[in-house]
Design a protein around this ligand. Structure first.
Ligand SMILES: Nc1ncnc2c1ncn2[C@@H]1O[C@H](COP(=O)(O)OP(=O)(O)OP(=O)(O)O)[C@@H](O)[C@H]1O
Ligand SMILES: [Mg+2]
Length: 392
């Protein structure tokens, strides 16, 4: 009989120590159920256990075992009890003489006995009974399958709902930030007066330097505001890029960090082993480095050490920000990248790493993290040495 390979073969196993009876039984079942089931015979309980195990090992399913009660060695009720424990879904049927009713009752209680048949039986009734039991089995299996499907569908629904809530949150954030961005931009115009100060004190180099710092910072704040606005719109930006040395960019970022009170109390070590020239948006990469160094500062004790390493391989420039801080527990390693995930309470918004990831995506680069609790954390960014963007 041909059966599709991926469907398990379905078996009925008959057990009787009387060979003639066993043959009669298997033939009778074969005649009735050959379309749907394979029929196997066993002459003792131990053989039956062996046969069932073999069939399961081959990936088949034994849907039903029909066993005589009185046999040498293990009795029918004991056999069915063992099988019921191992394969709770299996249908167990017992054949008894009048004298065997006690064991049938025992089997009902302990072997999940589906039916017992008292010898001698009417053949038509016997087949009808077996047919009913098999149909019930099918139905139960189908029920279970549907239930599993329902569970999966429910789970998908829940995930979709969470996603929806998340998108809704982002939409609100989007509206808020658009307003805030507008407001910040307005406020920043006042910094343009720094230009007036420079003109008023034309010969003072110190003042000129301060003014330049103010103007640079203003443009950096503007670009951060823009970044947040883009984030809320949920897009990866493509940036205006220039050729620049990563060492220059890292130096600028670290010099900005010297204004940070907390950072001042850490030792920040530069280990720039190469000077790769990249095609990047310097402001964005400065922003990434500042985010990473600020996180490192927040994760370390006073006098902690933060090391910024620059190396390169065949295809990428590599920048590591290494700290000897408290580290990140393994179960949070995925969460840290999610927007709004923070362990800093009021002090964090949880956007830093999400923004870094987007900026790296916008540069065809990547960012990843390794960490050991109590030992420290390394964030690594990789930027392609050749710019692969095809600007539209
Ligand atoms: N160097 C680090 N050491 C230990 N934990 C870190 C480190 N960097 C990031 N984390 C963890 O990742 C979380 C998310 O960082 P992320 O920069 O995205 O947000 P944040 O720092 O909490 O808030 P903000 O939006 O102000 O940056 C942090 O709250 C912290 O738990
Ligand atoms: Mg941060």
């Amino acid at each position: 009989m041909e059966q599709a390979n991926h469907l398990p073969r379905r078996y009925i196993v008959c057990v009787d120590d009387d060979r003639a009876l066993l043959e009669g039984l298997t033939q009778q079942l074969d005649a009735a159920f050959a379309d749907t089931h394979e029929i196997e015979g066993a002459e003792s309980a131990s053989e039956a256990l062996h046969v069932v195990e073999e069939l399961y090992n081959l990936g088949s399913v034994v849907e039903m075992v029909i066993s005589d009660q009185v046999m040498p060695g293990m009795k029918g009720d004991e056999l069915l009890e063992v099988l019921h424990q191992r394969y709770p879904e299996m249908i167990t049927v017992m054949l008894t003489g009048q004298a065997g009713l006690d064991s049938a009752i025992h089997a009902i209680n302990y072997a999940g006995l589906s039916r017992y048949l008292v010898k001698p039986w009417n053949d038509d009734e016997f087949i009808m009974t077996i047919r009913e039991l098999l149909a019930k089995y099918r139905l139960e299996q189908e029920n279970k399958r549907l239930f599993r499907e329902l569970q999966t569908a429910y789970q998908h629904l829940q995930e979709a709902q969470e996603q929806l809530i998340h998108s809704e949150k982002l939409a609100i954030v989007g509206k808020l930030t658009a307003g805030i961005a507008h407001e910040i931009r307005n406020q920043l115009t006042i910094l343009g007066f720094a230009e007036v100060i420079r003109m008023a004190v034309p010969d003072n180099k110190q003042v000129a330097q301060y003014v330049q710092n103010i103007l640079d910072t203003r443009s950096r704040i503007l670009s951060i505001v823009e970044e947040i606005r883009q984030f809320a719109k949920n897009q990866t930006q493509s940036y205006e890029k220039v050729q620049i040395s990563l060492v220059n960019v890292a130096n600028t970022a670290l010099s900005i960090m010297t204004y940070d009170k907390e950072a001042k109390r850490r030792s920040i070590v530069k280990d720039f082993q190469t000077t790769p020239i990249l095609t990047i948006n310097p402001d964005k990469i400065i922003q990434v480095i500042i985010n990473l160094v600020r996180n490192a500062v927040q994760a370390t004790e006073e006098n902690g050490t933060i090391t910024v390493v620059i190396t390169e391989n065949d295809s990428h420039a590599i920048l590591d920000v290494i700290d000897n801080g408290h580290g990140i527990p393994p179960e949070l390693m995925e969460d840290i990248w999610k927007p709004f995930f923070t362990t800093k309470g009021e002090l964090g918004t949880g956007l830093g790493l999400d923004i870094c990831r987007r900026i790296l995506e916008g540069h065809h680069g990547r960012i990843y993290c390794r960490s050991a609790v109590g030992a420290g954390t390394t964030f690594t960014i990789e930027l392609p040495l050749e710019d692969t963007t095809t600007e539209a």
